[in-house]
Design a protein around this ligand. Structure first.
Ligand SMILES: [Zn+2]
Length: 250
């Protein structure tokens, strides 16, 4: 099957479809291992903010994984330790708290926390493809409503590579389903970041072709998890139901 007909034109990514779904959440946690806590002595409450982790993303990823019966991969430590959504040689893989470490300590961080996570996701994708399947990878993130004084103008962003037919198709299909179901929210493609920017999905695209791998990042505005608990609860339910409807049908 070539990429042009990889995705059905109807809403029918159902149980008999060979696409396997996996859910990941690279910025799920804000913990720091004991060995490195001293490095964060001057961090104040930064670990509790959007700089430390993706607020709300872990809850969404867990529920999404459950409802889609899809395997879940979640980061266990703060992105400020080592960023799981950056490749190992990216200039921002280490934060200002860890960038000054000796080279051997940096290698240790990569080897202990970064490589095992990324390798486990890659191995899962590889395994499914080797078994004749194709993988839809949903990577769950969230973004701060205001960055450097600029108010972000979306509630949910869908990041993908526009050159990949399957990703373009499934993103449009997701957005259409969201627009039909939750028409009071604002949706944008490749916002607040470009889908082709460095990320776990971007790295996996280099290893797996359009025909067998599609990586979509959800970017959720943190005004939901940081707002009224009732509204967050209702958003979570609506979000999960809508993704399920889009991917598995009514
Ligand atoms: Zn993130």
């Amino acid at each position: 099957m070539n990429s042009a007909d990889a995705w059905p034109t109807e809403n029918r990514l159902n149980k008999t479809d060979p696409w396997e779904i996996i859910v990941t959440c690279e910025h799920a946690a804000n913990r720091i291992p004991k060995r490195y806590r001293q490095l964060f002595a001057s961090a104040g409450n930064m670990l509790e903010t959007h700089r430390g982790y993706d607020i709300g993303a872990a809850e969404l990823a867990r529920r999404l994984s459950k409802v889609l019966a899809a395997p879940l991969f979640m980061g266990g430590y703060s992105r400020l330790l080592v960023d799981l959504n950056r490749h190992s040689r990216h200039r921002n893989v280490f934060s200002r708290f860890t960038a000054g470490l000796e080279a051997n300590e940096k290698q240790r961080l990569l080897k202990t926390y970064h490589a095992p996570y990324r390798q486990s996701v890659e191995d899962k994708v590889q395994h499914e493809i080797e078994n004749g399947g194709r993988v839809l990878h949903l990577s769950v993130h969230s973004f701060t409503p205001v960055l450097k004084g600029v108010v972000r103008s979306a509630d949910i962003g869908f990041l993908y590579d526009p050159k990949r037919t399957s990703e373009k198709y499934v993103s449009r299909h997701l957005i259409k389903t969201f627009q039909n179901n939750l028409n009071n929210l604002r949706y944008r493609c490749n916002y607040p970041y470009q889908g082709v920017s460095d990320s776990l999905t971007a790295s996996l695209r280099k290893k797996f072709s359009d025909d067998c791998y599609a990586g979509i990042e959800f970017e959720i505005n943190q005004h939901f998890p940081m707002g009224q608990p009732d509204e967050w609860k209702s958003f979570k339910t609506c979000f999960i139901q809508t993704v399920r409807l889009a991917l598995t049908g009514p």
